[in-house]
Design a protein around this ligand. Structure first.
Ligand SMILES: Nc1ncnc2c1ncn2[C@@H]1O[C@H](COP(=O)(O)OP(=O)(O)O)[C@@H](O)[C@H]1O
Ligand SMILES: CC(C)(COP(=O)(O)O)[C@@H](O)C(=O)NCCC(=O)O
Ligand SMILES: [K+]
Length: 259
């Protein structure tokens, strides 16, 4: 069985893949100082709680936080006796290598999203991931990541207002019914929510114009459901897209590399 690990800047997600379905998905905060033993204590407690017979033979990791990879490597080695595949490292093959400026270190999560989305939908896609940052990944006809857009994340934008302005409170994002807020919290939620709707529409419009073609829009990430519930923005929304991409890349390496 495969243990797929996706470390974002906010959350770290573990999913167990038995070859045909995900048996469980476990989430913790991303913390670079968490040790291999601490990962295992957390992991084994939850796996037992859910009554899952997990026989892990392989581990694949995507991490936007380079510092957490060391302890995850130790975790894979110590508890499953395996050397993990780490997306972005030279020995991890990609089904379609990215076409970007020389020397660019594309976020591994974006490469994984591109691989997962291409496997499910074919080429010509825009993938939006509403994580700590909001990323737009452009996937070409042949499935390669060919660039995109990085915008401040939804929660990051709200947090920035709170941090920079003495009179603005900490606010959670929600879908405001109206644009005109009649109190401070409603004004902030409106600015970020409707500002984001505009940001998504404008950026996708410009990407399609620049590529001179129609493109399917696939959304994922912690905050995608907030938008999907209330506005017609995406063609598809898939909360397991990054995990699916990890299984695709793992399978590709099994078939094409010596692992
Ligand atoms: N169900 C949810 N409701 C509200 N906020 C959420 C939810 N899930 C995730 N978030 C928030 O969305 C942001 C992005 O989360 P996530 O997609 O896990 O980010 P990353 O992949 O960058 O770690 C974070 O600020 C997180 O706290
Ligand atoms: C843009 C990101 C910070 C998004 O990370 P996330 O929101 O998933 O934590 C990450 O993909 C990253 O660090 N990228 C490196 C630069 C690039 O992709 O071009
Ligand atoms: K992400």
């Amino acid at each position: 069985m495969l243990l797929a690990i996706d470390c974002g800047n906010t959350n770290t997600v573990f999913s167990i893949w038995d070859g045909s379905e995900f048996l469980c998905t476990l989430r913790t905060s991303t913390h670079h100082a968490r040790t291999a033993d601490a990962y295992f204590t957390w992991y084994s407690t939850l796996v037992k709680h859910y009554g899952i017979q997990a026989d892990i033979t392989d581990v694949i990791i995507s991490s936007t936080v380079p510092r957490v990879v060391f302890n995850l490597r130790v975790f894979a080695d110590r508890f499953f006796g395996c050397r993990p595949l780490v997306v972005g490292k030279p020995d991890c093959l990609l089904p379609n290598p990215p076409r970007v400026d020389a020397g660019t270190q594309v976020g591994p999560d974006r490469l994984v999203n591109a691989a997962g989305a291409y496997d499910r939908h074919g080429g010509n896609l825009i993938v939006i991931d509403f994580g700590t940052a909001t990323t737009f990944d452009v996937v070409s006809d042949d499935g390669a990541y060919i660039g995109g857009v990085i915008a401040p994340g939804v929660n990051l934008s709200l947090e920035a207002l709170h941090m920079a302005a003495a009179a603005l409170p900490h606010v959670d994002i929600s879908h405001p019914d109206k644009v005109i807020g009649t109190n401070t919290v409603a004004c902030m939620q409106s600015g970020v929510f409707w500002g984001y709707v505009g940001l998504v529409r404008e950026i996708c419009h410009r990407i399609r114009e620049e590529r001179d073609r129609g493109m399917k829009l696939v959304a994922t990430g912690g905050l995608a459901p907030l938008f999907q519930q209330s506005v017609d923005l995406f063609d598809e929304m898939e909360d397991d897209l990054t995990m699916h991409g990890l299984t695709v890349i793992h399978r590709h390496n099994k078939e094409n590399a010596n692992i």
